[in-house]
Design a protein around this ligand. Structure first.
Ligand code: AGP
Length: 366
């Protein structure tokens, strides 16, 4: 049936492996190749209203929040609207200023996370306009929002979110394209993003084919007491989600930092017993990232680089090379190997992969 592991050893591996299809489902019927726009009928907003927002505020919890950080960057880059993400749990308790020209976006796989639901209700009480990016159709958060985008990723059973995380980032790319094309995003850039989005399922397949290599790396690094994850700008939310996945299912301590912040403190932790996973896309920050890798190596730190090129062996012990897409969309692909890394670390350490200790799939209480 629909809810068994379909021959996979764990739901988590099944859900990771499904991503070429689930991403295709998130995109289905939403890309317009003639005008290079996204069709998102569920937003319930006309062009004039869509143009009226001066700010975007994204809320969610845990991995949903990290995917929201990717989303905020996509909206700023493609639509040039100031955007940021915040944990829903914090947002609702700090008596936020709710502005009429801000578009609020709530993210939830389950649609039932209490902190996110309560934040949406608080926003609605104060007259905020809230969209939902939600997987579960008809869920409490979906019903509470003024409109939104369903992920159509299918049921996610394993406690650790994977396919919903990826589809949320894809949904944000669609939203950013939509917001961008009613503003200043050119048809040429719209086309570039549409074409990039269409390449994602095939490229995810290519990354899944790296599983044997990533499994070996997971075994090699899994016995570390602690791991550092670093990235810059687009790579930073990827690093945060990678650290979260590892902590959740393997119980290996992990920290995520912007690579630029290392020398302001956490570099003191680096040494042979604390390896670093570095997210290094081939973007305008490549040289700066490589300099950081040199600094880590100079302190005896091991480096596993996830990016687009094989690094000089002086800079990285190991490299996972993923296919390139458009720079703005690359974070979506860079996240996938980190899911496999966490999965195989958890398996190597014989953890309860689908039901990690102390965690529930959806946190419906405060
Ligand atoms: C993801 O791996 C976590 N289990 C968790 O952070 C989750 O993303 C968070 O609780 C939000 O859940 P939701 O998307 O169902 O609202």
């Amino acid at each position: 049936g629909h809810y068994d592991t379909g021959g996979y050893e764990h739901y988590l591996l099944k859900e990771i492996s499904e991503q070429p299809d689930t991403v295709a489902r998130t995109l289905r019927g939403r890309l317009d190749d003639r005008f290079h726009i996204a069709h998102l009928g569920g937003l319930n907003m006309d062009a004039r209203e869509t143009r009226s927002f001066r700010r975007v505020k994204i809320i969610g919890c845990g991995s949903a929040y990290y995917s929201g950080q990717i989303g905020a960057q996509l909206i700023e880059e493609l639509a040039r609207i100031p955007a940021d993400a915040e944990p829903a749990s914090e947002f609702r308790y700090r008596s936020p200023v709710v502005e009429p020209d801000t578009l609020y976006v709530a993210i939830s796989q389950s649609g039932e996370t209490y902190d996110t639901l309560a934040a949406v209700q608080e926003l609605k009480r104060k007259g905020g306009r809230v969209l939902g990016i939600v997987n579960t159709v008809g869920s409490a958060i979906a019903r509470e929002c003024d409109g939104g985008v369903y992920l159509h990723a299918g049921p996610e059973v394993s406690v650790a979110s994977t396919k919903a995380f990826t589809s949320t980032a894809v949904a944000f790319a669609l939203l950013a394209l939509h917001l961008g094309r009613v503003r200043d995003l050119s048809p040429a850039d719209g086309r570039r993003i549409c074409e990039g989005l269409r390449r994602l399922p095939g490229q995810i397949k290519e990354i899944l084919a790296l599983e044997p290599q990533i499994k070996e790396l997971a075994r090699k690094y899994a016995d570390s007491p602690s791991m550092m994850f670093v990235g810059r700008v687009r790579g930073y939310p990827v690093a945060r989600e990678g650290a979260q996945k590892l902590k959740e299912i393997s119980y290996v301590h992990a920290e995520a930092y912007p690579a630029s912040e290392l020398k302001h403190g956490p570099l003191a932790l680096i040494g042979p017993e604390m390896p670093t996973v570095a997210i290094v896309p081939d973007d305008e920050l490549l040289d700066k990232n490589l300099t950081t890798l040199g600094e880590i190596r100079a302190r005896g730190g091991r480096v596993l680089m996830v990016g687009h090129r094989t690094a000089d062996p002086k800079l990285a012990d190991d490299c996972v090379v993923v296919p390139r897409n458009e720079t703005e969309l690359d974070p979506i692909l860079l996240s996938i190997p980190l899911q496999l890394l966490a999965y195989h670390a958890a398996v190597a350490l014989e953890r309860d992969v689908d039901k990690p200790r102390n965690l529930a799939k959806s946190v419906t209480v405060e």
